[in-house]
Design a protein around this ligand. Structure first.
Ligand code: HEM
Length: 369
């Protein structure tokens, strides 16, 4: 018996050493194929290097340090590649999108919080395809003309608000973007900025949870997915409690406005909006009510921070480049004159301003610009 256990112990150690060598050789081979990145430690990888906030600053710093616009870091067996330049993004995500455009496995977001239904974090597949098709059919530059009245109204309300409280521009821009998206998606009217609206508050809380969980490295469960099975009372599993709270907001954001629209359909008061157009199409297409509900639920999340960010870039650009601001104002005065406000029909006659807006918004082709 003693001899047997010594022999099996011997073979056990040999197997462990061989496995260790295989893993070391594999990871060295993998590393040789990877772009540069901070030196990873055994087991914990780059855990100690990962930024907790403003992660883009660290990524740019790594790019400079390793003299490469593509860098990588490792954590718990997962490799993350960071693209630090427009060229690298375009080469990999546009030109080779069929290989590289699926989404990573987001355990915290999709499984713990429950965002698995949202297009932006959904991996390629049938569900993704059906939702994306619907969004692109009902929300593209041509169709966006249908949302013009709501857009013009929201912008005019914003101008009045900005005149009243210019220093509060951050909050006012968010309110404008949020209320416009909710109104074109669900046809609902949102209360003015000075009063505030519960639909915006819910969506903002949901968005806050989404953004916090989307930062790479913020939750260990993204790297060790089996942790999702821990009960929430287990030491170190407070992420489950957080996930549950954020999940409630995500759920409310998905269901409450959609259920209002459904009631409006029953009592005949529904206004034309993304959901109403999709529900009309539903009868002829493979998109069922769940697909419409989930595609609509993605709008606030996809459209608010992005729009506010583009508007902030616009304001910053106008402050930093007064000459560009002067030329833009000159174009506006020449084309529109002093007696009225511009609207979307003027856009073709305002090429300089359109170019500025496109550069601030990142020239997104599917969107309203
Ligand atoms: C300047 C403003 C915006 C920018 C820079 C922007 C940027 C983007 C980007 C980069 C994607 C692709 C994400 C990915 O594939 O992972 C995307 C997707 C999407 N955006 Fe926007 N967006 C903006 C405004 C909006 C607005 C206002 C809405 C809705 C009201 C919206 C709705 C969507 C939706 C539904 C998707 C997913 C569709 C798809 O995957 O094809 N976006 N956006």
């Amino acid at each position: 018996m003693g001899l047997l256990s010594r022999v099996s112990g011997y073979y056990g150690s040999v197997i462990v050493i061989i496995l260790g060598m295989i893993l070391a050789v594999r990871s060295a081979r993998l590393r040789r194929k990877l772009p540069p990145g901070p030196r990873a430690l055994p087991l914990i990888g780059n855990l100690l290097d990962l930024p907790r906030n403003h992660e883009w600053l660290t990524y740019v710093e790594w790019g400079r340090k390793f003299n490469s616009d593509i860098v990588h870091f490792e954590f718990a067996g997962t490799t993350t590649i960071i693209l630090n330049s427009y060229e690298a993004i375009n080469d990999l995500l546009e030109k080779r999108s069929n290989i590289y455009s699926s989404r990573p496995k987001w355990t915290m977001l999709n499984e713990v919080i429950g965002w698995g239904w949202i297009l932006i974090t959904m991996p390629y597949g049938k569900s993704w395809n059906t939702r994306r098709k619907l969004v692109h059919q009902e929300f593209n530059p041509k169709q966006s003309e249908r949302y013009e009245p709501q857009t013009v109204k929201a912008v005019r309300n914003l101008l009045v608000d900005l005149l009243r409280e210019p220093d509060n521009f951050y909050h006012l821009l968010r309110h404008m973007a949020g209320s416009l998206i909710l109104s074109i998606t669900y046809g609902i009217t949102i209360k003015p900025a000075e009063i505030g609206d519960p639909a915006i508050d819910t969506a903002d809380r949901a968005l806050e949870g989404f953004v916090a969980a989307a930062i790479p490295g913020s939750f260990l469960v993204d790297y060790l997915p089996t942790l999702k099975y821990l009960p929430s009372w287990f030491p170190g599993a407070s992420f489950k409690l957080k996930g549950r709270e954020w999940g409630k907001d995500a759920d409310k954001m998905l269901n409450e406005p959609f259920d209002i629209v459904k009631e409006q359909i029953v009592n005949g008061s529904i206004k034309p909006c993304f959901v109403s157009y999709c529900l009309e199409r539903k009868n002829t297409d493979d998109a069922d009510e769940t697909v419409v509900r989930e595609s609509a639920g993605a709008m606030y999340l996809a459209g608010t921070d992005t729009t506010v960010c583009a508007l902030h870039i616009f304001i910053l650009a106008m402050v930093c480049y007064p000459e560009a601001q002067r030329l833009a104002q000159e174009e506006l005065d020449r084309v529109v004159g002093p007696d009225r406000l511009p609207d979307l029909k003027d856009r073709d006659d305002l090429p300089y301003i359109t170019a500025i807006l496109r550069s601030c918004a990142g020239n997104q082709s599917i969107h309203l610009l």
